[in-house]
Design a protein around this ligand. Structure first.
Ligand SMILES: NC(=O)C1=CN([C@@H]2O[C@H](COP(=O)(O)OP(=O)(O)OC[C@H]3O[C@@H](n4cnc5c(N)ncnc54)[C@H](OP(=O)(O)O)[C@@H]3O)[C@@H](O)[C@H]2O)C=CC1
Ligand SMILES: CC(C)(CO)C(=O)C(=O)O
Length: 306
């Protein structure tokens, strides 16, 4: 089984290390030379809980080196989807599957438009990771991957991917309604990320600070209105409570959007709160809170990327 991870950032290096540790044939593909050079020179250092390990994992900045893999794990930020998908197009064989576990919405649609639905599978993950220096990643000790067919249900290819990932050390759930899971994760990111990034506060504080939690609740309620009208099957009674639970279970974390702002990177705002605004516009539902959060984030990005 040949596995390629496209994007050797936080999540890509964590996933790559787990696959490597379980004896899989895995190669990382990364465009940032400092990451490629650091891993070539010192290996990939991954810290999880009290354990710190170094992996002599293969990494390249030239995707052509890894033609015709069985599985590609797509681990770039949503704003890099188009270029990364065209890169994958150069190496996919007739049976290659590209798996996106990215946050936000619209990832599957963008990737499958370029690579075809036959090659694209979507899921979510509860793992978290931060690459704090090139080739040095801190990752959660536990986590799961959930996958399913975009149009609902399972299939032989979903079972095959699940088997590959299980052999590679992952706990994998096959779910009937993957879209529902993607929207549930979206609700968490809609409720936490922009508020955490704009206010420079931890995940816990996005709820424990009352003025932040007022905005959080309104942002998630807008998502629910949009999702209901779009016919997304969600547990609407418990969705907001789920978001609050995540603020508690990840209370000391800085969300990924805050980390991006601190690194003066682009953020995934357009695929998270921005997507709620776009969907809302397309079905005549006002989403003023998400509109404000989106524009404030874009203004923040603009201020440091001029
Ligand atoms: N980090 C986490 O805990 C989690 C992240 N996710 C999702 O996973 C995705 C990846 O996130 P994360 O790992 O944090 O992102 P990172 O920014 O840490 O890593 C992405 C890496 O991919 C590189 N890259 C961009 N385009 C290409 C390309 N065409 N080929 C190869 N490499 C490329 C980037 O380089 P450059 O910076 O130069 O663009 C960067 O080094 C996101 O959608 C995120 O929402 C999901 C769950 C948890
Ligand atoms: C769940 C959460 C909010 C964890 O920090 C996350 O997905 C992120 O930071 O993007």
């Amino acid at each position: 089984m040949k596995i390629v991870v496209v994007g050797a950032g936080s999540v890509g290096t964590l996933f790559g290390s787990i696959l490597y540790e379980h004896g899989m044939d895995v190669t990382l593909v990364e465009i940032r030379n400092e990451i490629v050079e650091a891993i070539h020179k010192d290996g990939l250092k991954v810290t999880r809980g009290d354990s710190e390990k170094v992996f002599e994992i293969d990494i390249t900045n030239n995707i052509i080196d890894v033609e015709n893999p069985d599985l590609i794990i797509f681990a770039v930020k949503s704003y890099d989807n188009i270029t990364a998908a065209y890169d994958c197009l150069k190496i996919i064989g007739p049976e290659t599957i590209v798996l996106t576990l990215q946050n936000g919405i619209g990832n599957y649609e963008t990737i499958s438009n370029i690579l075809g639905e036959k090659h694209t599978v979507i899921g979510t993950t509860t793992f978290g990771a931060t690459q704090y220096a090139p080739g040095c990643t801190r990752g959660s000790e536990t986590g799961e991957i959930s996958i399913g067919e975009y149009k609902g249900g399972s299939s032989e290819r979903i079972k095959n991917i699940a088997e590959i990932l299980r052999s590679g050390g992952f706990t994998v759930n096959i779910v009937n309604d993957v879209n529902s899971l993607v929207w549930t994760k979206l609700a968490v990111n809609v409720g936490i990320n922009a508020i955490g990034a704009l206010c420079r506060i931890s995940n816990g504080e996005t709820h424990s600070i009352e003025s932040a939690s007022i905005i959080q609740k309104m942002a998630v309620e807008e998502l629910m209105k949009v999702a209901k009208k779009k016919g997304i099957d969600l547990d609407y009674n418990s969705l907001y409570d789920h978001v609050v639970d995540v603020t508690i279970t990840t209370s000391t974390n800085k969300c990924s959007m805050l980390q991006d702002v601190e690194k003066r990177n682009l953020t995934e705002i357009r695929a998270i709160n921005g997507a709620i605004v776009d969907y809302g516009n397309s079905i005549n539902i006002d989403t003023p809170i998400n509109l404000v959060l989106t524009n404030l984030m874009i203004a923040t990005e603009t201020s440091y990327r001029k």
